[in-house]
Design a protein around this ligand. Structure first.
Ligand SMILES: NC(=O)c1ccc[n+]([C@@H]2O[C@H](COP(=O)([O-])OP(=O)(O)OC[C@H]3O[C@@H](n4cnc5c(N)ncnc54)[C@H](OP(=O)(O)O)[C@@H]3O)[C@@H](O)[C@H]2O)c1
Length: 251
């Protein structure tokens, strides 16, 4: 059960090697989290991630999960929830793709869409139903600032995140009043393995900063969290800039 401050005792991470998710898990373990499930594609990195969290005092288990195989989601998540209540599901999997290459070879673009959007629709609904059945819990969804106004430079990733973001907002509305809370997190550029080698954009931040914002969002039971918070103010006007101007902006 969550404590009076909304912080979870048990956590399920979908995308168990995500640097943002692992920073969040470390932070929550420093607070109150005792049980962590890392769901991901089986790999040495997944086992190392589990070991790293165990060293911080949590009981950690791994479970096979592939966003690209929606038919397996019911079984994968069912296995976790069958072992006990989960206070928080963190939907953290995602791929950036290679915009230029994916424009040339649409199969790559489809993979981005299927991972970030279709996979999240499936896992999000399965996770939400399990949380609803136990009557409490938070579903925290890692969206992106890229979802707010899709840019020419990464419109394949951006559109997949826009779909995910809209889906998560709608799911949050559907679950309002059920005891299940959905929180959409919109980080800007985060220095993680996803962005290694890419030029930083303004307001670049760290996985640890996202983790701090997630903790605060849980305490406040926020529905939307921007990281850093200033991005909310930056994106509010940018959302309405006419396209002929927006496409010329150096971003
Ligand atoms: N980094 C940023 O600038 C940034 C900004 C805004 C939002 N985000 C979002 O935040 C989330 C976490 O990103 P991150 O920065 O922590 O990146 P990351 O360290 O690269 O983590 C991405 C995660 O997605 C998993 N994944 C990819 N395809 C999968 C699949 N088919 N099935 C299951 N898992 C799969 C990866 O697992 P494997 O180990 O199996 O590859 C990894 O655990 C993503 O949704 C990302 O879009 C990132």
């Amino acid at each position: 059960m969550k404590d009076a401050f909304g912080l979870p005792q048990s956590l399920l991470v979908l995308g168990g090697t995500s640097e943002i998710a692992l920073a969040t898990a470390r932070r929550l373990i420093m607070r109150r989290t005792r049980t962590v499930w890392l769901a991901g594609r089986p790999s040495p990195a997944l086992e190392e991630a589990a070991e790293g969290l165990r060293a911080r005092g949590a009981e950690v288990r791994t479970v096979a999960f592939d966003a690209l195989d929606p038919e397996s989601h019911e079984t994968a998540l069912g296995k976790v929830f069958a072992e006990g209540d989960i206070d928080m599901v963190l939907l953290a999997f995602g791929i950036l793709g290679d915009q230029a290459q994916d424009e040339r070879e649409p199969a790559g673009a489809v993979r981005v869409a299927q991972t970030n959007y279709t996979g999240a629709v499936s896992a999000g609904l399965v996770g939400a139903r399990a949380l609803q059945a136990q009557g409490h819990g938070s579903l925290v969804v890692l969206s992106s600032v890229a979802a707010e106004r899709v840019r020419r430079a990464n419109f394949i990733y951006g559109s997949s995140k826009a779909g995910l973001d809209a889906f998560a907002q709608g799911l949050g509305d559907a679950l309002h009043g059920t005891g299940v809370h959905v929180m959409v997190v919109r980080p800007g550029f985060v220095r993680s393995k996803m962005t290694t080698g890419l030029a930083e954009t303004p307001f670049a931040t760290s996985p640890e900063a996202v983790a701090t914002a997630v903790e605060l969002g849980l305490r406040r039971r926020s529905e939307t969290v921007w990281v850093p918070g200033a991005l909310r103010l930056v994106m509010a006007p940018l959302r309405h800039v006419p396209r002929r101007v927006f496409r010329r902006l150096p971003m």
